[in-house]
Design a protein around this ligand. Sequence first.
Ligand code: ADP
Ligand code: MG
Length: 469
Amino acid sequence: HSKIAYEPFRKNFFTESTEMAALSEDEVASLRLELDGIKIDGKNVPKPVLKWAQCGLGVQTLDVIRSLGYYKPTSIQSQAIPAIMSGRDVIGVAKTGSGKTIAFILPMCRHILAQRALDKLDGPISLILAPTRELATQIHKECRPFLKALNLQAVCAYGGAPISDQIASLKKGCHVIVCTPGRMIDLLAANSGRVTNLRRITYLVLDEADRMFDMGFESQVSKIMSNIRPDAQKVLFSATFPRIMESLARKALKDPVQIIVGGRSVVAPEITQIVEVRPENTKFVRLLELLGELYDTDEDARTLIFVDRQEAADGLLNELLHKGYPCGSIHGGKDQYDRDSTIDDFKHGAIPIMIATSVAARGLDVKQLKLVVNYDPPNHLEDYVHRAGRTGRAGNKGTAVTFITEEQERYSIDIIKALKYSGQEIPEALQKMSDSFMEKVKTGKEKAARGGFGGKGLEKLDQDRDAVR
Ligand code: ADP
Ligand code: MG
């Protein structure tokens, strides 16, 4: 590479929309949860987008998207597109059928348009490697309407078809080559390297990387990659994320943004989730029952009880102490020293029961914590997941019980989401509450603008979009 004078190229086209810029980090975290539990890793990862208009794509591309009837980006697209459009190397993992192809095609089009036009002897600007002929053909087909709208050319090449035809198309010049690894190596060697070359490749895609490795293409892929200019943008998509890919990614990609969608359920499967719709005045007796059952079988267990306000914490603390249960409470009204010593006592078992507000118990990690009780329901999805996640740690089993009263209908929406995402059954009474609430939203008696993330829930954004249409 040191002998070749590579020309500079552009790869950063992304500007965050004002709408997304307004979201706080907490809101973005909730949003990622709602988008099938997107998990990210890497430095300075851009926020996900919710609309095509936020991606930084050109009008021709947006027109094609509309004509295909793709209403909005899928979860993997919503996070991968801004990351790729920012010029970052990306590892995207999402199950099959989640729209990974479009996630790399759209930024690719933008990338190619920003580069100098092809000269007569230039090779392609983008290389897409795929494990099989069928997949290569499919990607080629999916590119076609976008490339056509932009007057760009693509060639699809794979083993088993006459190489002479593929050579002829390549010689005419093309912006994109979709290819299986073995055939790519053949084509590079053909006519002593006069058919095509990798000198102008600045956008490289490895699609279905896991299958590529399963099929033994690793050395071919590495060989091709080592012949591409080192600063080319590289994106890798896969349905699974095996160790072998992790090591390749570490070697070949620079500061990658790693995106995993829906890999794990939101609330861990070790946690049994129970939701009880019950009147306010039955909650305390039910709590005593739950404590009785637990401490009959497990003396060393810890219980964490969540309430919504400081006064509620102190009130419940007194009631439980009155019944002879050793307990403590932590909330924002107590000083740090007090909170730390209560948490210490809780960890060591001096106080097996602790009452807390959400904020005070953030990140708490206690192995013996077997029971979480949401004495008051959490008011959004992320809070529910975070509270439930205080139990069931390090492979231990745990139970999360949530009380919700008829008056607290609005909270049923996010609780149902959490149950669904983690594959748990929805209690009938809870479903009824949520149906009733949604009915009130439709007739304008209630506002849906609670939750998910400070009133900017996906539903709200969808409604805004519908209103604009
Ligand atoms: P994957 O590569 O993740 O297995 P594909 O990229 O093959 O999935 O996409 C699966 C299907 O979803 C394709 O038929 C594609 O046209 C369609 N699709 C992609 N993006 C969207 C979208 N945003 N909205 C609706 N359908 C989409
Ligand atoms: Mg695919």
